[in-house]
Ligand binder design. Structure first.
Ligand SMILES: Cc1cc2nc3c(=O)[nH]c(=O)nc-3n(C[C@H](O)[C@H](O)[C@H](O)COP(=O)(O)O)c2cc1C
Length: 305
């Protein structure tokens, strides 16, 4: 065998491979399109979209940590109207699945943005009910199963395309949150968003991030994310899209074995803009070397003996 089938099926969408650019780490693809052909990707989840444009939080918004990073970008984006008019037509030329990541401050916001996206040509909608860096919506939304179910149900009525709900890891039971999304009609769940973190400068004694708290991501969170993907995948019948600290092809395989149908890669793009093509190439090699003919056969195939 000298070639493996890397394709996966996600909610009726055929993805060339399971590797999707994670929201907020790939913008709308334009900068990366100058570096490589984006049609090699499984998909792109765009930066979180809100009804009105947002400038995001004041600096400092990003800092490196040992084995990860903290960010409090605060959902900087041009707003849904500019996305629909100017950004999406360009993204549609990339030849890969386009996932609109949306955020809001209320159940109504999510329902309204989802309605605006219906019929727009996006392939999927990802509800970000788990951003730790905005002061309304965001984490408080994503930590209450009753609210998860309600916001999902309202958005589902409008969506028209598969709806994926992105869960926060800042909860006691990820299984209960995944079940609530499924109950509300989600077609898939994606996890994890970032953990809420903080950093303090020991010399100046000031908060490193102006927003004080920030989202923690990168390789350090991977074992926590794998555990949560495993628990979520066992709790629900809908597909799970896994992420959190993926840096290598072997990490992708690990998430799939834990139960992920597809994966998203975030922080790795900020460390190396070629991270995604390198991971996709490596997945092909991993499959050939290990006699895996179809990558999708790995989903949930962890051995527990
Ligand atoms: C700078 C930055 C911005 C992000 N913005 C968003 C966002 O707008 N919407 C969202 O759902 N997730 C956002 N995330 C979370 C990532 O999509 C991903 O869930 C998280 O970083 C874990 O994956 P990773 O360890 O591979 O980065 C952001 C992450 C980073 C690092």
């Amino acid at each position: 065998m000298d070639h493996a089938d890397l394709s996966v099926e996600l909610c009726g969408l055929h993805l060339k491979n399971p590797v999707i650019a994670a929201s907020g780490t790939f913008g709308f693809g334009a900068e990366y399109a100058k570096l490589y052909d984006l049609s090699i990707l499984g998909g792109i989840s765009c930066k979180g979209l809100t009804l009105a444009p947002r400038e995001g939080n004041p600096p400092t918004r990003l800092t490196g940590t040992a084995y990860g990073m903290l960010n409090a970008v605060g959902l900087q984006n041009p707003g849904i109207e500019v996305f629909l008019q100017d950004v999406l037509p360009v993204m549609k030329t990339y030849g890969t699945a386009i996932i609109a990541n949306v955020a809001g401050s209320s159940v109504e916001d999510y329902a309204e943005i989802t309605a605006k996206l219906a019929g727009s040509g996006v392939d999927m909608i990802e509800l970000n009910i788990s951003c730790p860096n905005v002061h309304a919506g965001g984490v408080p939304f994503g930590t209450d199963p009753a609210v998860i179910e309600e916001v999902t149900r309202r958005a589902r009525q409008n969506a028209g395309v598969p709806l994926m709900v992105k869960l926060t890891p800042n909860v006691t039971s990820i299984a209960d949150c995944a079940k609530a999304a499924e109950q509300g009609g989600a077609d898939a769940v994606s996890l994890i968003n970032t953990f809420t973190g903080m950093a303090i400068d020991p010399v100046t004694r000031r908060m490193v991030i102006k927003n004080k708290t920030a989202g923690y991501s990168g390789p350090a969170v991977k074992p926590l994310a794998v555990r949560m993907v495993y628990q979520a995948a066992r709790a629900v019948g809908i597909p799970v899209v896994g992420m959190g600290g993926i840096m290598t092809p072997a990490d992708v395989v690990e998430f799939m074995l834990a139960g992920a149908t597809a994966v998203m890669v975030g922080t790795a793009n900020l460390l190396d803009p070629f991270a995604l093509p390198i991971i996709i190439d490596g997945l092909q090699r991993f499959c050939v070397e290990n006699g895996i003919e179809t990558l999708r056969s790995l989903t949930g195939a962890v051995r527990e003996d």
